[in-house]
Design a binder for this molecule. Structure first.
Ligand code: ZN
Length: 140
């Protein structure tokens, strides 16, 4: 007879209806973290295939990281070491997009980041290739 594992020990992708709880909101208020922005980045992490045993705890870690990095509104969060995809939060943040369009710009951006270019170098390369307009500047 096989023992059933506790639900809490099972890794899962982010449930569709998952939302931050009161503790998250309280933390965001206290440390002046943009909850909406962090949530948008966090949810797009799902596209990179992230799984968690406890999404509430994972989001709290994300908020703590955001508080440490002290991002201003609209500023991309620090890029962690992983394989970027066209829809991952780093690509979307860099392109100032709320959602992935699945176009060549996103694929190219992910490739450049995966090749080890910095955010600045990636944006410069995209401009050079004519994929983004000169008017699309980084928010610094
Ligand atoms: Zn990424």
């Amino acid at each position: 007879m096989v023992e059933t594992r506790k639900a809490a020990s099972v890794r899962s992708t982010l449930p569709d209806g998952w939302m931050p709880n009161d503790r998250h909101a309280e933390f965001a208020r206290r440390f002046a973290v943009d909850l909406t922005a962090v949530l948008a980045f966090f949810k797009s992490t799902h596209s990179c295939g992230a799984t968690s045993r406890n999404w509430d705890a994972s989001f709290m870690r994300e908020l703590r990281g955001a508080a440490r990095a002290a991002p201003r509104h609209g500023e991309p969060l620090r890029i962690v070491d992983h394989s970027h995809t066209y829809a991952c939060r780093h690509v979307l943040a860099l392109l100032s997009r709320d959602a992935a369009l699945g176009d060549g710009i996103e694929y190219r951006t992910a490739t450049l980041l995966n090749d080890g270019l910095t955010e600045h170098e990636t944006m410069a390369q995209l401009r050079e290739e004519g994929l983004i307009g000169a008017g699309m500047e980084e928010t610094t």
